[in-house]
Write a protein that binds this ligand. Structure first.
Ligand code: HEC
Ligand code: HEC
Length: 226
């Protein structure tokens, strides 16, 4: 009898350990899948960021080496199974511009990821381990905010829509704000909007000195765009 109970305890302990280890094991599977799917043939999977505009222009896809700081995991799991278009004119819009009477953009390629549900969950677990150690966390304060005030600031004062598509209008040269709240970690938005070059030293979105209130308003508005 004693022996049997002992066995049970051992089995239960082993099961518990397995559950605890499973998310780590998942991340390891994810790393293997990133390799076998050659995600790194398009995405930079290790830092540091490139330091010249020329290198940005040669970029085939967004950097993923700080994915764990940038994205919401639930969004990653969905996206990796069925990628949507985020940048209407491609990763680097100048590579897709067709000059003419009216400039148009060629159909840019979408992400090539076609993982199944299990694979996407494992890869998302792995991507979430890739953090930017210098990013400030716990800084976004989400709560009640005035959407009208936020839009005034974003469209009238800061003209973010010159480059970003907002509610169906605006520029196409960079990521759309449609669904951006589901995609991005609010702390990343807080850090990036103040200082994009912290992540991408030569990117052409200007650094901004915003009052803390205004920055939180922007972060709240972006987080609400699900
Ligand atoms: C043939 C090139 C290519 C391959 C291979 C590829 N991707 Fe992508 N990926 C892209 C492009 C291009 C985009 C940008 C799409 C857009 O913005 O509309 C993208 C976007 C993404 C994004 C969103 C990035 C952001 O900042 O918005 C993630 C996450 C991602 N890919 C993950 C992966 C993973 C994981 C793999 C491997 C399983 C993979 N990709 C394989 C080309 C590729
Ligand atoms: C001159 C064009 C330009 C303007 C104006 C601009 N941005 Fe950007 N923005 C960019 C570019 C380029 C990127 C990086 C593109 C990428 O990741 O592919 C970016 C990225 C971002 C990102 C995160 C990246 C992502 O993957 O979605 C956020 C958030 C953002 N911008 C918010 C803003 C806000 C808020 C404003 C106004 C205060 C603004 N931007 C104004 C060009 C611009």
């Amino acid at each position: 009898m004693k022996g049997k109970n002992m066995k049970k305890t051992v089995v239960i302990t082993a099961l518990l350990a397995l559950v605890l280890a499973s998310s780590q094991a998942f991340a390891a599977d994810g790393a293997a899948l990133v390799k076998s799917n050659k995600c790194d043939s398009c995405h930079k999977m290790t830092g540091p960021a490139v330091k010249t505009l020329k290198e940005i222009e040669a970029r085939k896809a967004p950097d993923l080496f700080y994915a764990g700081s940038k994205f919401n995991k639930d969004w990653l799991v969905k996206f990796l199974q069925n990628p949507s278009q985020i940048r209407p004119a491609g990763t680097v819009y100048t590579n897709f511009l067709k000059k003419g009477e009216q400039d148009t953009v060629a159909e840019p390629p979408k992400c090539a990821s076609k993982l199944d549900a299990g694979g996407a969950a494992a890869v998302a677990d792995y991507l979430m381990t890739l953090k930017d150690a210098s990013m400030k966390t716990g800084v976004a304060k989400l709560g009640e905010f005035s959407k009208a005030k936020a839009k005034m600031l974003i469209i009238k004062t800061e003209a973010c829509n010159g480059c970003h598509r907002i509610e169906g209008n605006g520029g196409v040269s960079c990521p759309t704000f449609e669904g951006i709240g589901a995609r991005l970690n609010p702390d990343f938005v807080y850090n990036f909007v103040q200082h994009p070059q912290q992540f991408d030293p030569k990117i052409w979105m200007a650094k901004r000195e915003l009052a803390e209130n205004d920055l939180q308003l922007i972060v709240n508005y972006i987080a609400s765009l699900k």
